[in-house]
Design a protein around this ligand. Structure first.
Ligand SMILES: [Zn+2]
Ligand SMILES: [Zn+2]
Length: 339
């Protein structure tokens, strides 16, 4: 079977490998679609703080069950599936408390362990999640980023009736805004520097969009949300500028969820966190229940994924897909590899 390996930054090579042998509790998955996400792109350029080459990428994917270990009862060959790509130790303090998404020894399939950029992938059956029959493979490969958004919104606490500000209209920001809205937020505002991304956010039903490169965010907040501004703020970029924006536009008592991944240490005004009694909350990955919620939101059409699907490349064109991402900039959201 064929594998695509990110051998070093900006260099993907193909290799023939032996078909994996599965253990009693494992499932062999024939990969159908792999999504490329922001963290994959950071890793591709050698800029991700926690991903090192060489690596077989691919943590957002869908496929069909090709083979099953003897002890796997809940699946059948041919089932349409996705995978929750978390390899956790099960022994640390956090795993024992059920907070395995922040396991002390967490590794992620496609980031610190072999990913889905290959014809077949074997995984523990506990990580395999069956998809509804009518769900497309592209939608199936997007359950992972939707689950990131579901978890982030869950971290904010009460969402119903609240006014929500999302900073960053990339895939995760867009999905966070959509999930917040579909789970009962009163209204949702999203910001970006890209009019294309803001237009996509509007297509997805986000109430207010603000190009922060051209206009004043505090003014828009005041105009649309009133003097009480935003109850919840999601930082979905991972830049000093946006975390500072989150803290500076917060009103007293706002809750800020940090979803973006920072690859450097930002200088920020923690004094305001104290003085305004802000809550600064981190969000990492998801749990099994976030996957279930994500599948339900997609399957019932309560969130829109179509406007985010930019293009699909054949598996053999992996390097081309990255070149396409490089030259397309903000015109592209989600790119898939197809087998
Ligand atoms: Zn991702
Ligand atoms: Zn653990």
């Amino acid at each position: 079977m064929k594998q695509a390996i990110l051998e070093k930054p900006k260099k993907i090579v193909f290799r023939e490998a032996k078909k994996p042998e599965i253990a009693d509790n494992e499932v062999l998955i024939k990969i159908k679609r792999v999504g490329i996400c922001g963290s994959d792109i950071k890793a591709y350029y050698g800029k991700h703080p926690y991903i090192k080459c060489p690596i077989i990428q691919g943590h957002e994917f869908s496929g069909v069950v090709a083979d099953l270990g003897r002890k796997v009862k809940k699946l059948r060959v041919g089932d349409k599936v996705t995978v929750r790509p978390q390899l956790v130790c099960g022994r640390c303090y956090l795993c024992k408390r059920g907070e395995y998404n922040i396991c002390e020894n967490l590794r992620v399939i496609g980031c610190q362990a072999e990913g889905a950029a290959q014809e077949l992938l074997k995984v523990d059956s506990n990580l395999v999640v069956r998809l509804p029959k009518k769900m497309s493979f592209e939608e199936g490969a997007m359950v992972e980023p939707v689950a990131v958004a579901v978890h982030a919104v869950g971290r904010a606490g009460r969402i119903r009736g609240n006014k929500v500000l999302v900073l960053g209209a990339g895939t995760i920001g867009n999905l966070t805004a959509q999930v917040a809205k579909s789970l009962g937020a009163k209204s949702v505002m999203i910001t970006d520097l890209s009019n294309i991304r803001l237009r996509i956010a509007r297509e997805c039903g986000v109430d207010f969009t603000v190009n922060v490169g051209r206009t004043s965010l505090p003014e828009h907040l005041e105009k649309h949300f009133g003097p009480s501004k935003a109850d919840l703020i999601f930082e979905c970029v991972g830049e000093e500028k946006t975390i500072n924006q989150a803290i500076s536009v917060a009103r007293k008592g706002s809750r800020i969820v940090v979803v973006g991944v920072f690859d450097y240490k930002p200088r920020t005004d923690v004094g305001l966190v104290q003085d305004r009694e802000l809550s600064l909350i981190g969000s990492l990955m998801y749990k099994a229940e976030d996957y279930d919620a994500a599948i339900k939101l997609i399957n019932t059409g309560r969130i829109k994924l179509r406007p985010l699907m930019s293009r699909t490349f054949n598996f053999n064109d992996y390097p081309r897909a990255y070149r396409f991402l490089e030259k397309s900039g903000d015109r592209v959201m989600k790119v898939f590899m197809k087998f």
